[in-house]
Design a protein around this ligand. Structure first.
Ligand code: PGA
Length: 250
């Protein structure tokens, strides 16, 4: 049985005060460990959010990292810095960085390896554009993103991985993939993963869905056999809606 993961991606939202209040409210609302829950605030609030959820069931994640341990990389943050700030997770390859900022697959592969080697759990995002889905290229795109992004991972790194399937056309649009669409892609990802890393690793791999997940559509998506959680953007910015999704995962 794969335990479900509900992770909130706060993107570039919140102030110091609202981040603290949101983290405290989420920590208060998660009273058992039936579901793994994480919140991913902007970099400047990592420490204060880690303090706010200390002693609770809620883990902290970052939204990005660099692959180097240290160096002259202005504006970047290393995996070890994230660990020091209290992070357990890091998101790598979110479409807002792949497509929005042009981060290439090779670069993402280095980040996945470095973050996992440092001891972070990596939420590696993959997903097709609307035009790619309409052209029937979804599986080809995902195959490439998985092969390139996860090339050469150690078994240790593989065990630290979470895949987030985030169809780009569903992110922040209110257009959610149907449960059947999500299930089909998740099953495909697990099959591809088995080709690279073996059946046992594929069965253990958590695959979360992301893209307009809300309390009222979460249960049906999370009920699919290969959907092991959700990466939640907009609905993670209010404690009530985020906790509604956590409850839907039980
Ligand atoms: P959304 O974002 O829930 O607002 O669609 C999901 C994500 O970008 O991870």
């Amino acid at each position: 049985m794969r335990k479900k993961l509900i992770a909130g991606n706060w993107k570039m939202y919140t102030t110091a005060a609202t981040a603290k209040a949101l983290a405290e409210a989420v920590a208060r609302g998660v009273t058992d460990n039936a579901v793994t829950v994480a919140v991913c605030p902007p970099f400047p609030w990592l420490g204060l959010v880690a303090d706010a959820v200390k002693g609770s069931q809620v883990a902290v994640g970052a939204q990005n990292c660099h692959y180097a341990a240290e160096g002259a990389y202005t504006g970047e943050v290393s995996p070890q810095m994230l660990l020091d700030a209290g992070c357990k997770y890091v998101i790598v390859g979110h479409s807002e960085r792949r497509h929005g900022l042009g981060e290439p697959d090779r670069f993402l592969n280095r980040k996945v390896k470095a973050a996992a080697a440092a001891g972070l759990k990596v939420i590696f995002c993959v997903g097709e554009l609307l035009a790619e889905r309409e052209a029937g290229e979804t599986e080809e795109v995902l195959w490439f993103q998985l092969a390139a992004g996860l090339n050469g991972l150690s078994p240790e790194a593989v065990s630290k991985l979470v895949i987030a399937y985030e169809p780009v056309w569903a992110i922040g649009t209110g257009k959610v993939a149907t449960p059947a669409q999500a299930q089909a892609v998740h099953a495909f990802i697990r099959k591809q993963f088995a080709v690279h890393y073996g059946e046992a690793a594929a069965q253990a791999l958590p695959i979360a869905y992301g893209g307009s997940v809300k309390p009222d559509n979460a249960a049906e998506i999370l009920r699919q056999p290969d959907v092991d959680g959700a990466l939640v953007g907009g609905a993670s910015l209010k404690a009530d809606s985020f906790l509604g999704i956590v409850r839907a995962a039980v």
